[in-house]
Design a protein around this ligand. Structure first.
Ligand code: DGY
Length: 324
């Protein structure tokens, strides 16, 4: 049966094959210049389109959602949805979908990238070399930390946490510990030889490296605050590929500057694209610009997943990745 040509707005440019596939099935609108939309434009879009496809860089708050009552599906391009006011959407009968599963490996790869770069001081080394400051090989130059036998503590052992743990355990010989509301699937625990901590301070005190894999939002805001950082082992490393809101960056900057922490690696920030200024001068910190899902295959798969949700919506079928 032919699908209705519903009006779809992409707030940013998506990979070309996905844009083409969407345009074949829907009346597609996008900004070829790929500029972020203002809150006013987002609110107006609610009255003009049937399906809104935002990204993590859009704030779909209650005010935006109140902008009109034409949009009936918000098909988010991404797995995280803390930038969307779900309660406001639900109250107006708007469905919200995300793209789980397809960015697991890419995000775990970036967690390991940060972990390796921080442990082996790769950012510092590259900056030194490019600045012409490298004085040559010597036994005491830029000494980092080994990974084998060290404890990687995962805060959250969902899909991305497991994929990160697999790489660290099977690839680098790290020991795995995790904190979560409940114990993970016994088969996964056995495979990873993972130790469970029912309390966060216990995990933090036991880990040489801590990697965050829980969603953003009010419940997890500043989960890693000054107290949590103080509970981490002296010289430990913090890795965050989840959401910037999880970490108190003032406290993190202080712990990196005073040497309590050995290093950190961040891919996400609370008010992107702004980076908390206190972080920028720290040599023992690796900073990436939210690259977790940024590989060709993953970004196409994310778009195709959003499209599958839009198609199901157009056909009046159950939405495969419905959040509300
Ligand atoms: C996600 O999917 O939530 C990423 O952080 C952004 O794409």
């Amino acid at each position: 049966m032919a699908e209705e040509r519903l009006k779809v707005l992409l707030t940013r440019r998506w990979p070309e094959p996905v844009e083409r596939a969407i345009a074949e099935r829907f009346e597609l609108t996008l900004d070829s210049a790929d500029r972020p939309l203002s809150q006013t434009d987002l609110a107006s879009a609610m009255a003009e389109f049937d399906i809104l496809c935002p990204t993590v860089s859009d704030r779909i708050d209650a005010e935006v959602i109140a902008g009109g009552d034409r949009v009936k599906l918000i098909a988010n391009y991404g797995v995280g949805f803390d930038h969307i006011d779900l309660a406001a959407a639900e109250a107006r009968g708007i469905a919200v979908t995300n793209t789980p599963g397809v960015l697991t490996d890419a995000t775990a790869d970036i967690a390991l990238t940060l972990l390796l770069m921080a442990a082996r001081r790769a950012g510092e080394g590259e900056r030194e070399l490019r600045a012409g400051r490298w004085a040559g090989w010597r036994p005491t130059h830029l000494i980092g930390s080994a990974l084998a036998g060290k404890v990687l503590g995962l805060v959250g052992l969902g899909r991305i946490g497991i994929a990160t743990a697999r790489r660290a355990h099977h690839g680098f010989g790290m020991r795995i510990a995790y904190y979560g509301r409940r114990e993970a699937d016994p088969a996964v625990v056995e495979e990873l030889e993972a130790d469970y901590f029912a309390d966060l301070p216990g995990l933090l005190a036991a880990s040489d490296f801590v990697s965050l894999h829980v969603p953003g939002g009010a419940e997890t805001a500043h989960l890693i605050d000054a107290e949590a950082i103080a509970a981490m082992k002296p010289g430990a490393f913090l890795i965050n590929t989840a959401r910037g809101s999880l970490v108190d960056h003032e406290a993190l900057a202080e712990a990196l500057a005073n040497g309590h922490l050995g290093g950190a690696g961040l891919d996400v920030y609370p008010e992107e694209p702004a980076v908390p200024p206190a972080l920028l001068g720290l040599e023992n910190l690796v900073l990436l610009p939210h690259l977790g899902s940024a590989n060709e295959e993953t970004r196409v798969a994310m778009g195709m997943k959003a499209l599958a949700n839009a198609e199901a919506f157009a056909r009046g079928e159950a939405l495969p990745d419905r959040v509300v």
